[in-house]
Design a protein around this ligand. Sequence first.
Ligand code: 13P
Ligand code: ZN
Length: 272
Amino acid sequence: MIKDILKSKFVVEICETATNMYRLGWDERNGGNISCLLTEDEVCEYLSPEKVLRCIPLGFDGSALSGKALLVTGTGKYFKNIASDPETNLGIIRISDDGNNAEVLWGFKDGGRFTSELPTHIMTHVARLKVDPYHRVVMHSHPTNTLAMTRVHPLEAREFTRSLWQTCSECIMVFPDGIGVLPWMVCGTNEIGVATADLMNEHRLVIWGIHGIYGTGNSLDEAFGLIETVEKAAQLYMLTAHLPILNTITDDELKALAESLSLDYRKDYLNI
Ligand code: 13P
Ligand code: ZN
């Protein structure tokens, strides 16, 4: 018996997450997008896998994820509206066997299509799955303080990561692998997807200068929590960057903290 997909854990959770992101001011208008890999069992519990509603060309080679299904936000759709109408604002797509098309299995009810950032999402899923077989979620957002920081801070991964690590103890604990940073680039392209995925080989977080941030993880909570921690640290940075800094967490202290928790951290990001 096919169950009601609107009651599935993955739809309920993405609705709650998108609402939280909107309420935090991270996703104005249609800003931001989310994709979440689904297992075959999850799809079969709620849908007939042979029932393809329509096919949409991908415009890039998605063959590394052929046969895989993803829950994904729609292009132009407002995070504000996802919870009240999931079937219009979200869709479930499966990458076709030849890797050239997205087969729509559910959603995009008004004839809409997946996010314009799908190249980055798919390429990032491929990169992260190579590092972590349990990886599932890619999340893009426009958090205010993180974006503000990209206007005043050098767009360089090591320096950007260090500045965040120094703002509060939590940072090196939550993202010991540091943050990848890209300069401003044209979004929605295959090129920005390739550049982002390249940094995702080393990091779970990538910043797009003067645009936004990507977080990844095994769950919506994990990807959300990474972005939330960066945004908090960026807020601390922006609240204090113009003031005389009297206290910081030194490199020796960051090292001591990382070692006390046996973290696999970017030792090359410390001046030790
Ligand atoms: P979409 O509406 O196509 O998802 O685009 C939003 C966005 O944030 C672009 O980077
Ligand atoms: Zn964006």
